[in-house]
Design a protein around this ligand. Structure first.
Ligand SMILES: *Cc1c(COP(=O)(O)O)cnc(C)c1O
Length: 387
């Protein structure tokens, strides 16, 4: 069975991890710094803080911006639950802005309308979290303009999008945002097993997330409240977590970064082939201005004509050895969120999109024979030869 995504682990990854296992450092140590610097330099941000998941990263990025009780985070419903959950961890509330059917990202026009209303009601969000869905950047310039006008922070959930570009810059450079968060879960573009990284250009915010990553402890004498007692001194000056990434995982990430551009190129090759062939049978997929953006294609999502057609194609592919997935069930329709008071109908486009979307296999080691077979199956299905 071929799944919609999988990691690429090669000999150099194995060698790198074994070497660290034999070294003095297993948990956060020199290889975390090495990995942080490699991602920071790749994407062109000033700071990178490695954590044990993107979920942890989102949590401490929100906290570093002062998110708490009474505050709102707005995001897209077309995301993994973690984007919204992390706001709830802080005691904040969440709300959702509908997507558009071109690129399946948060619709900035709808965001603007919602901001106008929220301003009148004095309920503006403290943070807006765009999610670069499937690896395709949101319209960051518009978001930055709206953030200046309405005074919210921007935290990019870039879990899908490392290696992608927006207007010539790599996603994660934080040119238009306060933070960007990457995920290194095995289905994402590069992996550390579990892991994530918080990118920022703001030194204060970077220092803050570093403290929150490790219990709220500082080893910076300038921050000490008490006189130094000895060489062993450290102080806990706020409440934090153990969100550290082990060196074992960090070296895997470092090894993977060396092939990041190869991974993204191969994903784009596969996507180009899908697009070329599937447009012939009128299959929908993400539409965007290719000269300004590079999609990292964590996912390749197709849009069918109806809910029924999606069910049937999913089954047809599955029966032939290809396991697709659906990204995403609108977050606010999850039972937990319904219990908070969210109701169907809040984001009609995202609900319609969910009923018809399907993520078909895309990952660097997917071979041409399988790509051709998947295209053949979908083409047959669409032309009803399969029946
Ligand atoms: C995978 C993912 C996350 C969570 O990442 P973890 O590293 O598994 O915590 C958050 N947001 C989005 C959009 C994701 O796809």
């Amino acid at each position: 069975m071929i799944s919609y995504g999988r990691q690429t682990i090669e000999q150099q990854d194995l060698d790198a991890v074994i070497e660290v296992l034999k070294s003095d450092w297993l948990t956060q140590g020199p290889n975390v710094t090495k990995f942080e610097n490699s991602v920071r330099d790749y994407v062109g941000a000033k700071y990178g803080v490695a954590v044990n998941s993107a979920t942890s990263g989102l949590h401490i990025a929100y906290l570093a911006l002062g998110l708490g009780y009474g505050d709102y985070v707005w995001t897209t419903p077309n995301t993994f639950v973690a984007t919204a959950n992390a706001a709830l961890y802080c005691g904040a509330k969440v709300d959702f802005v509908d997507i558009n059917l071109n690129d399946y990202n948060l619709d900035v026009n709808k965001l603007e309308q919602k901001l106008i209303t929220a301003k009148q009601e004095n309920k503006l969000p403290k943070i807006v979290t765009p999610v670069h869905f499937a690896g395709l950047s949101c319209d960051m310039k518009r978001l930055r303009e709206l953030s200046s006008e309405y005074g919210f922070y921007i935290v990019e959930d870039a879990s899908h999008a490392i290696g992608g570009k927006y207007d010539g810059d790599f996603v994660g450079c934080c040119k238009y945002s306060d933070f960007a968060i990457f995920s290194f879960h095995p289905v994402k573009i590069i992996t550390t097993g579990e892991g994530g990284m918080v990118m920022t250009n703001n030194q204060k915010l970077a220092d803050k997330v570093k403290k929150l990553r490790s219990h709220g402890i500082t080893r910076d004498e300038k921050e000490y409240k008490n006189p130094i007692d000895g060489r062993w001194n450290y102080e806990q000056i706020e409440i934090g977590f153990n969100y550290r990434m082990p060196d074992i995982n960090a070296i895997l990430g470092f090894s993977q970064v060396q092939r990041l551009s190869d991974f993204v190129n191969r994903r784009n090759q596969i996507a180009d082939k899908y697009k070329l062939e599937l447009q012939k049978v009128k299959i929908g997929y993400q539409i965007y201005n290719c000269t300004k953006k590079l999609n990292s294609y964590h996912l390749f999502v197709i849009l069918l004509d109806s809910k029924q057609e999606r069910y049937e194609l999913d089954k047809f592919l599955f029966d032939n050895g290809y396991s697709s997935q659906v990204h995403y069930y609108p977050v606010y329709l999850q039972p937990y969120y319904r219990d908070l008071g969210f109701k169907a109908g809040l984001c009609p486009i995202a609900e319609d999109y969910y009923s018809r979307c399907l993520s078909i296999p895309i990952f660097p080691t997917l071979v041409d024979k399988d790509i051709d077979k998947i295209i053949e199956l979908i083409t047959k299905f669409k032309t009803k030869v399969y029946k």
